[in-house]
Design a binder for this molecule. Structure first.
Ligand SMILES: *Cc1c(COP(=O)(O)O)cnc(C)c1O
Length: 429
């Protein structure tokens, strides 16, 4: 493999923090996604989630007050905004997917959507469900679903969303967990009746073995985090929901009032889907940045090297281990990397210890807890305003800093047990 020797790749190799601006960012109208994708596919996912809402409301009473929709608050964080260095101009919000019902992480969007989509297909072809039905009748067909398996490879949170949802539908659920996965996540899954298979190796090893076992079994469905279109569109639905929240607060998004979205990135599905949805709605008025751990900057490495899924972080000598379990992925999704090639504004990499500093700062200033992985995104707005490259980006896009709205995407936290939170609070002090 020919790895180009750019200054960015040199910095990644040394596990340094990097702020990278995408040289291939293109005006939205001219962007090439590499695949035939459009807004109708997001609308289709949104419609499917609405059909399932009565089922979800009954299955998970925590979603009932929201009519069976899985959604999270968008919360302004003015005290934190001033405490960041430098203080962030404009307005700063936290999109709290850390508090999503059912799975307590962003995976409650994509992961649950994919389980439901497969469930609908099985139920339609078995003749136990029609599109016009009240989908809560599926609760009477758990025995039917018990004859089918759902499998997934995961660093933790995807397994929780697929496992909990699959078990609720009635499937036999098997989650293949990488060595990074936290013990409490395995325990929680087992308490839902999910089979957890543990691996010594990293995420790729868990995925490969999970896929192999699933492929050998005709009753089994494998959720493929590295390539799934269903996960991607499930995540993309977040954009329209967030726009409605901004509208309700009277916050405009247009050329004069740009929106910045910062999302932690593992394999790329969640941030890619969300960013793709945002771009469909807001075009050039939205600027999307990803954040990754210094030990697992797989998306940035794939983009900067031009090798996409063909390169992994171990190829540049990184060991790939990080406290940011949700982001501990060594090889990016080739699909997402290609889709984001012209859409992504930039990426930051963050050292583990800083995740805990952001976590404590958010807790102390706003009283909000999110898991360390999820804190990576705060490095992006800081870099944008702290660096010469960042200021240059704002300038070249004609952005008046006071007019901008910033959304940091919180991707996990609600299910983290109290004693684990306490441990996090005291880590890297
Ligand atoms: C999975 C996850 C992400 C990123 O999602 P990918 O689809 O892997 O890129 C971010 N944060 C947390 C906490 C996650 O669990």
């Amino acid at each position: 493999m020919q790895i180009p020797n750019t200054p960015t790749i040199e910095a990644l190799r040394n596990a340094q923090e990097v702020f990278w601006l995408n040289p291939k960012l293109t005006a939205f109208r001219e962007a090439d996604f590499g695949y035939p994708l459009d807004a109708s596919m997001i609308a289709d996912a949104e419609a499917r989630l609405r059909r399932f809402a009565p089922f979800l409301a009954k299955c998970f009473p925590e979603t009932a007050e929201n009519g069976g929709l899985i959604e999270s608050p968008l919360t302004e964080t003015p005290v934190l905004q001033k405490a960041l260095s430098p203080a962030i101009p404009g307005r700063l919000f936290l999109k709290r997917d850390s508090d999503l019902p059912i799975a307590g992480s962003v995976k409650a969007r994509g992961g649950i959507y994919e389980v439901l989509k497969h469930t609908e297909e099985l139920a339609f072809s078995a003749g136990i469900l029609r599109p016009e039905d009240d989908y809560s009748i599926l609760l009477q067909h758990r025995d039917f679903f018990r004859g089918y398996k759902m499998q997934v490879g995961s660093t933790g949170n995807l397994g929780m969303s697929i496992g909990i949802m699959s078990a609720a539908v009635g499937y036999e659920a098997i989650v293949h967990m990488s060595a990074d996965a936290k013990q409490w996540k395995k325990d929680l899954l087992r308490s839902h009746g999910v089979t957890v298979v543990e691996y010594e190796g990293d995420y790729s090893a868990a995925v490969a073995e999970g896929r192999r076992r699933s492929d050998a079994d005709p009753t089994s469905y494998f959720v493929d985090d590295e390539n799934s279109r269903d996960l991607f569109f499930g995540y993309a639905v977040a954009a329209g929901r967030t726009r409605a929240q901004l509208d309700a607060m009277g916050i405009p998004v247009d050329a004069q009032n740009p929106l910045f979205v910062y999302i932690p990135c593992g394999v790329g599905g969640a941030p890619g889907g969300i960013a793709f949805g945002m771009k469909q709605l807001f075009g050039d008025a939205v600027h999307c940045f990803f954040a990754e751990p210094v030990q697992a900057p797989c998306m940035l490495l794939g983009m900067e090297s031009g090798l996409g899924q063909g390169i992994c972080v171990q190829n540049i000598g990184l060991h790939g281990r990080t406290d940011a379990d949700g982001l501990a992925v060594g090889r990016p999704s080739g699909f997402v990397g290609r889709v984001m090639e012209n859409l992504l504004s930039g990426d930051v990499t963050v050292a583990d210890r800083r995740l805990y500093d952001y976590m404590r700062l958010l807790l102390d200033t706003e009283g909000l807890f999110i898991e360390p992985s999820s804190c990576a995104a705060y490095a992006a707005p800081e870099a944008l305003f702290a660096t010469e490259e960042g200021r240059q980006y704002l300038h070249s896009h004609g952005i008046a800093a006071e007019q901008a709205t910033h959304i940091v995407w919180a991707t996990g936290g609600r299910l983290v047990p109290l004693e684990v939170r306490e441990h996090y609070r005291n880590t890297y002090l």
